[in-house]
Design a protein around this ligand. Sequence first.
Ligand code: ZN
Length: 433
Amino acid sequence: MKQAIGLAAVICFLTSFSFAQDANPAPKIVAVKAAHLVDVKAGRVLDQQIVLITGDKIERVGAANGFAVPAGATVIDLGSATLLPGLIDCHVHLTSDPEDSGLRALEISVPREALTGAKNARLTLEAGFTTVRNVGAKGYSDVALRDAIEAGDLPGPRMMVSGPALGITGGHCDENHLAPEFNYHDEAVADGVSAVMAKTREVIKYRADVIKFCASGGVFSKGDLPGSEQYSPAEMSAIVTEAHRLGRKVAAHAHGSLAIVDASNAGVDSIEHGSLTDEEGIRAMKRNGTYLVADIYNDDFILGEGKKYGFTDEMITKERSIGRQQREGFRKAALAGVKLAFGTDAGVYPHGDNAKQFAYMVKYGLTPIQAIQSATVNAADLLGWSDRVGSIEPGKFADLIAVEGNPLTNVTVLEHVKFVMTGGHIVKNELGK
Ligand SMILES: [Zn+2]
């Protein structure tokens, strides 16, 4: 044993010089070349482009013709493919799967949730989503997952996380399956102005990046109505004031019209779902500059596959009552010029299928580039991360994806992402040399 330690010490000594050098290696220089590149800000496709990457950031972007690639750079030629910035999903639940709903959720421990999250983080990244906002997870499993990805322990997207979502007793963000004698409520249940202020501070204490609260009832909860408001305007204002004071944005789950109007007027940064919005809700979101994050794909999954995944009759009936109206509301909101950010509620349907929503956004009123902007520049703006993600520009993280074909004429090519890079690291490459 002693000998082994002695030998290890000698090896350490002999190699310490090279370790010291390795601690600060010269940043790797990579040039990614492709026949097309989507300039998401200008809304157009540029031909024959090169993206020069130093370390984890983009250094320069320009036409291949006359582009001086530094000597020693690794060149990745993606041929005829189209480059885009890594996509952003503003509403996911990486730590849960569709089959984890209802009573089954009670069997799943927080550590198990975190491991489910590790699986789904990889699937999401490989699907081309290099950034996500995770809005609701048990036991801060999302904080743990974010930190593990940041530490390089696991592959996954950059995560902005909320921890547990605030909600009223017996509401959408409470656990209502247990009999009274269990005396159980979800960890972020808070009633009344002072209680919601305290809970907002507590969630931030445990390192949430964003605050999520349930302004209305929901589909995947027992005994409440999606259309009814749950928090009062005074409670919503208290959450928003406290979160903004502490430098956090706020996402409000809101299906019903009254909840949408009151949450928007309370100053939330985004309305999630927005299913039953009326003219007043659209006017409020427009006036207040509130983003709408409408998950308009998953209705098909819930109604088509829900039974197979163990969704209860109550869940399916509720979805049937709001899903199609949500799509019409989305169309009206888009037409009215409400700010839109891409969010799918992945977790309600299988992770990795996030991009299936693009076609629905186009079907319900957006042009393909508008749908792409909702998942890039707009989403980055909602997150407050416009300085780091959402477009292919110098200074931003080298988060890139590539597809075959032109997503501006056929947005479904985004369902088959062939190349993924995050922070200069290649995660997937089915194209290049
Ligand atoms: Zn959700």
